[in-house]
Design a protein around this ligand. Structure first.
Ligand code: NAD
Ligand code: PRE
Length: 303
């Protein structure tokens, strides 16, 4: 938003004085406040960017201080639980439009943001029926101006799609790295020394924020358990094929999955969410000038 000149003023808050000072120092906020209650006063748009499990408390804190006509959105990775936590606190005359950018890294904190983070990435919105169309259009055009492709969908559908494309894969990465760590004790660090690219990718994902991901799994329980159940069934089928020497089964399975990967690349997608049907889609048409002036990642971190 800063790089595209999309907001007159950006005001922030965070729990620690260090985070607030960093936000000012690197110029992502014009002003910072010690509390969320102070930060939201007079704001046209309020973006809740805390772990899913912290959304309810923040919503309760800011509710009495929201300006009439303001829009509240969030970036939580789960939507039904966030709606249940936040919506009851939103006063009449304030628009609540839940959202989820499908963009991020394993890094946390203000230095991990970078201006091109949302460019050509999906940003899903899950507004309730009856949401003010003008408020929805306003938020949507802001996200498009930030370079995102916006899609509007039902919250339950979102949670199922993300259980497939993001939540269960993270759980599998966490597990695989845990297994390798157990093994490392036996093999005296060979697993780390000889880790190939596939395992390194798992370790990047498994380095993601523990609080964020604890909250994702606790708040998207049903969909994650559903997909995890299907995953273990398929895993057992592959395990059986290996035990029986059923090369045909393995080859057919890997051929099918290779076609899925190629399909994603041909469609130019970074995420597979779009394959699950959508009720509305707006391709990013506006590319704000001057985006990402400092390079892809000002923190110079791997992402
Ligand atoms: N990192 C990603 O890849 C990614 C992508 C899309 C959406 N999200 C979602 O965005 C949200 C924020 O994640 P992030 O990656 O920006 O994390 P972050 O760690 O960079 O920022 C989270 C902020 O919330 C604060 N916070 C944590 N617990 C709190 C509490 N109990 N009360 C008040 N503040 C609290 C932290 O101090 C921090 O300032 C999460 O809901 C996450 O699910 C993350
Ligand atoms: O690349 C990564 O580090 C991510 O995992 C980002 C990722 C994802 O699964 O795609 C993680 C969680 C979000 O809610 C959205 C994006």
């Amino acid at each position: 938003m800063r790089a595209g000149g999309l907001a007159d003023e950006i005001v922030g808050t965070a729990r620690s004085a260090e985070t607030r000072a960093t936000a000012l120092e690197i110029g992502i906020c014009d002003r910072v406040y010690d509390t969320a209650a102070e930060a939201v006063q007079g704001a046209d748009l309020v973006v809740l960017a805390v772990p899913v499990g912290a959304m309810a408390a923040i919503a309760a804190e800011i509710a009495p201080h929201l300006a009439a006509g303001a829009t509240v959105t969030d970036v939580g990775s789960v939507k039904q639980a966030v709606i249940a936590a936040v919506a009851p606190h939103i006063p009449a005359g304030v628009h609540f439009i839940p959202g989820h950018p499908l963009a991020g890294t394993e890094h946390s904190g203000p230095r991990s943001g970078f201006a091109s983070l949302f460019q050509n990435r999906w940003w899903l919105l899950t507004p309730a029926e009856g949401t003010d169309p003008a408020a929805l259009a306003r938020l949507l055009s802001l996200l498009v101006a930030m370079g995102a492709n916006v899609d509007v969908m039902d919250a339950a559908h979102h949670d199922l799609v993300l259980a497939v494309t993001s939540h269960t894969p993270h759980l599998i990465a966490y597990t695989m790295v845990g297994v390798a760590d157990d093994l490392r004790r036996v093999t005296d660090s060979e697993v780390i020394r000889y880790s190939a690219a596939g395992f390194r990718d798992f370790t990047r994902i498994a380095a993601s924020d523990p609080t964020m991901w604890r909250d994702v799994f606790l708040n998207n329980k049903e969909a994650t358990l559903d997909i995890l159940g299907r995953f273990t069934e398929e895993l057992f089928a592959l395990q059986r094929a290996i035990r029986l020497g059923d090369g045909e089964h393995l080859h057919a399975y890997f051929t099918r999955t290779r076609a899925i990967r190629r399909g994603i690349i041909e469609a130019g997608q970074d995420t597979a969410a779009a394959d699950f049907g959508r009720s509305a889609q707006v391709q990013a048409g506006v590319k704000p000038a001057g985006v990402n002036p400092a390079g892809v990642n000002p923190a110079g971190e791997e992402h």
